[in-house]
Design a protein around this ligand. Structure first.
Ligand code: AMP
Length: 281
């Protein structure tokens, strides 16, 4: 496994490879990240993982300085997973003095995470565009866990004709339903016990949808009711949106993205489930 810190080294390593899968991450890896690596390994000749805590996607009052990091552990996990290439740039390699370009994706980046975290998606889109250009992957792998992020990246990739196939893989969860996240490390034992409320609320919406409920506000209220029973949990947003446009729905036709952002003290967790009508027999 090659661990590379510079763009020049990545370009040199890329030359010998035909099909390459890229898994962009911010490190502090868990089984969710590794599921993306496994998928990439199955579909590509070689796999590259980037580990970069991207400062431009964090707001001024967010957790950039305390974001969890453990590079030796991450590298051991990636070595064991059979990854060929790891890109671990310093911020100055990605944002040298004078850097001034930003990728703004537009409407799909506006609501939800975009509204709660102004500037977040411009930071994400800019760094992902740069990673695509640096690594030049055949395919790039993202998690459904960050549903709006995957929509933003698909939109950018199409709009800018980036020659990369974007693959979105399912969310990996703990046994109690909590979606794996590097930020789960921030939770106190009491908050960790309360945290599966996100998945319980989403599951409640899914169950009502399966029983035929198509009024979006009724489903949002069902999720809010579940969360209201957990005093540690404070709602940032609860959403039932069109999975393509990210616009809030009034009535659901066949598909909807149920998503939420919940605070436990200073820790903010997100999760989602895609509600879909399965074909009737
Ligand atoms: P992060 O390091 O949090 O930026 O995540 C890197 C990639 O891993 C993103 O595409 C995430 O959507 C994905 N990811 C994070 N958590 C999970 C999870 N529990 N299951 C699947 N993918 C995930």
């Amino acid at each position: 496994m090659q661990v590379l810190e510079t763009i020049a080294e990545v370009r040199a390593a890329r030359r010998g490879l035909t099909s390459l899968g890229l898994v962009p991450t911010m490190g502090f890896l868990h089984a969710g990240h590794l599921s993306l690596v496994e998928r990439a390994k199955a579909e590509c000749g070689a796999v590259a993982v980037s580990i970069f805590v991207n400062p431009t996607q964090f707001g001024p009052s967010e957790d950039l300085s305390r974001y969890p990091r453990d590079l030796p552990r991450d590298l051991a996990m990636l070595e064991a997973a059979g990854v060929e290439l790891v890109f671990t740039p310093q911020p100055a390699e990605i944002y040298p003095l004078g850097f001034s370009t930003r990728v703004e994706v537009g409407a799909v980046a506006g609501p939800l995470e975009g509204a709660s975290r102004p500037g977040h998606f411009a930071g994400v889109a800019t760094v992902v565009a740069k990673l695509f250009n640096i690594v030049q992957p055949t395919r790039a792998y993202f998690g459904q866990k960050d549903a709006q992020q995957s929509v933003v990246i698909r939109r950018m990739t199409r709009d800018l004709d980036l020659p990369v196939e974007v693959v979105v893989a399912p969310t990996v969860r703990e046994a109690d339903g909590l979606a794996l996240s590097s930020r789960n490390a921030y939770l106190t034992p009491e908050q960790r016990t309360a945290a599966p409320v996100l998945f319980r609320a989403l599951s409640k919406a899914q169950a009502s949808f399966t029983l035929g409920e198509r009024n979006a506000e009724t489903l949002r209220n069902a999720m809010r009711d579940v969360i209201a029973n957990t005093p540690e949990a404070e709602v940032d947003y609860v959403s039932l949106a069109d999975p393509d446009t990210m616009e809030e729905l009034v009535l659901i036709d066949t598909r909807a993205l149920a998503s939420l952002a919940i605070r436990f003290g200073h820790t903010r967790l997100i999760d989602n489930l895609l509600l879909e009508e399965t074909a009737r027999l």
